[in-house]
Design a protein around this ligand. Sequence first.
Ligand code: GDP
Length: 146
Amino acid sequence: MDSHTKESSLQRTFSIVKPDAVRKGHTGGILAMIEAAGFRIAAIKKLSISKPQAAGFYAVHAARPFFESLTTFMSSGPIYVMVLEKENAIADLRKLMGATNPANAEEGTIRKKFAGSIEENSIHGSDAEETAKFEIGYFFAGYELE
Ligand code: GDP
């Protein structure tokens, strides 16, 4: 495999350290697990989002009964948004995150270790290539990515 082929197999995904984890001081622990799993942090920034901004991000969930609560939660405090890079990044991050409901999350996953509830579950990760593209573009301009 030449270097060009190798480089082209890298994939990017989008992730958020959610407000519950930032509040509890778990940002460092979560980033350590992400880096230990082989991801490169291509971009990261801390910010707070408004409820309408959270609603725009989670627009696909607008019809869900928990949408109101989810957007209130996501705008309740600072978050870290980031772009993560590795081979098979999207699927591998989902695996490292664990199940949406931490009660069902496997040992060794971020949600098993840090999440408090099905809503306050510490981390977001894109679920598909199209989603990753939308989510990276929602929070990052091209010049912020290296
Ligand atoms: P994810 O891909 O594992 O993050 O899960 P989903 O895409 O299904 O849901 C998006 C986010 O909505 C989750 O990470 C939770 O924060 C929240 N969420 C999902 N299901 C529920 C639920 O049944 N109740 C509540 N309150 N929040 C939920």
